[in-house]
Design a protein around this ligand. Sequence first.
Ligand code: MRU
Length: 363
Amino acid sequence: MNVNGKPCRTIWPTADNQAVEIIDQTKLPHIFETVRLESMRDAERAIMDMQVRGAPLIGVTAAYGVALSMQHHASDAALKATCDMLLKARPTAVNLRWAVEKMRAFLSPLPDSERAAAAWQEAERIADEDVAINESIGRHGCELIRAMYKKKNDTVNILTHCNAGWLATVDWGTALAPIYKAFDTGLSVHVWVDETRPRNQGASLTAWELGQHGVPHTVIADNTGGHLMQHGRVDMCIVGTDRVTARGDVCNKIGTYLKALAAFDNAIPFYVALPTPTVDWTLQDGVKQIPIEERAAEEVTHISGLCDDGQVRSVRLTPENSSAANYGFDVTPARLVTGLITERGVVAADATAMQELKEKEAV
Ligand code: MRU
C-alpha cells in the first residue's frame, strides 16, 4: 500500500541485510517514523511496546527477530533461547507461535554455520508469503462486497473494528484487503471505523491507512455500531482476528464480540478475515482456552493525542484513585460469525468446514 503515494511495507530488510526497518506505529497518525531493529531484543521490544502490532505482523517481526539473533549466535542453545524469549512477547496472537516454530523447525536440522543466511531467507519468505495470502483474502472478500453492491445498487457500508489493515500485516491487511480490492475495482464503499479504545487502533491506524488510499471512511465512538445497525446504516461487518479455534471461535480486539452480537440481532453479515496461520488447530473452545492479554492500566486511564502546539501528549482521563482493567481481546463464538474469509476461500465458522479448510490449497 502507499504512504504519501509511495509503495511501503510495514517491515523490510535494510540494504546490507544486517537489520530490519519498521514503521513505528505508536507514533501514527501524527508522525511517520521508521525504526531500525538490529537484534532479537529490538524485535521483542518492538512487539511488546506495539511499535509493530496485528497478528500477522507480530509473527513476521518475530521471524526476523530469530534471523537477527542467528547473525550473532547460531548454536542450538542460542536458537532455543531466542525462540523461547520471542514466544513470550505477546500472548494472544497465535501467528507469533506459528512463525517462531516455523523458524525453529527450518533452522534446527542445519549446521550452525548455515543458520544465519538461511534464517534471513526464511524470514523474507514468510514476509512475502504474508503479502500473497492477504492479497488472496482481498480477492475472495471483494466478491462478498461485490455481491452486496449488486443487491443494494448503492454504496456498501462496512463496519470494522481495531486495525486489521496493511499496518497489521506486511501488506494489504486482512479485513481491509477486500475493501482495498473493492475500492480499486471501482465499487462504491464506505467504512465505519470503530475508534477501538483503549489504544485507538481504529481512530489512529485504520483511519490513517484508509485515508492514505483514498477510501471514504468515518470514525465512530466504539458504542455507535449498534445504533447504526438498527438504522440500516451498516451492510456488513469485516474484522480481523488474532486466533481462530478449530471449531471457528474468533478471538479479536476487545469489543469485537459486542459488535458481533449487535450484527446478529440486526441480521447483518459478520465476516472475519484471516490468513490460515491464524487458526490454532489445538484449541476448540475459544472462550475457555485462548489466553487473553492484559495490558497496563495506563492505556485505559490515559489517552494521547496531538495538541494545538503541534506536540503529541498523554493526558489522564480518570480520577487518580480509580483502578482500571485492560483486557486486550475477547472471543466471538462461531455461531455469531457469518463466514471466515481466508486465502483458501470463504468458509463457514464450524468444525466440519474448518477441517476441510485445513486440507485445501490456497486459491
Ligand atoms: O493489539 P493489536 O493492535 O495487536 O490487535 C490487533 C487486532 O486485534 C487485529 O484485529 C488482529 O491482530 C488481526 S490483524 C490482521
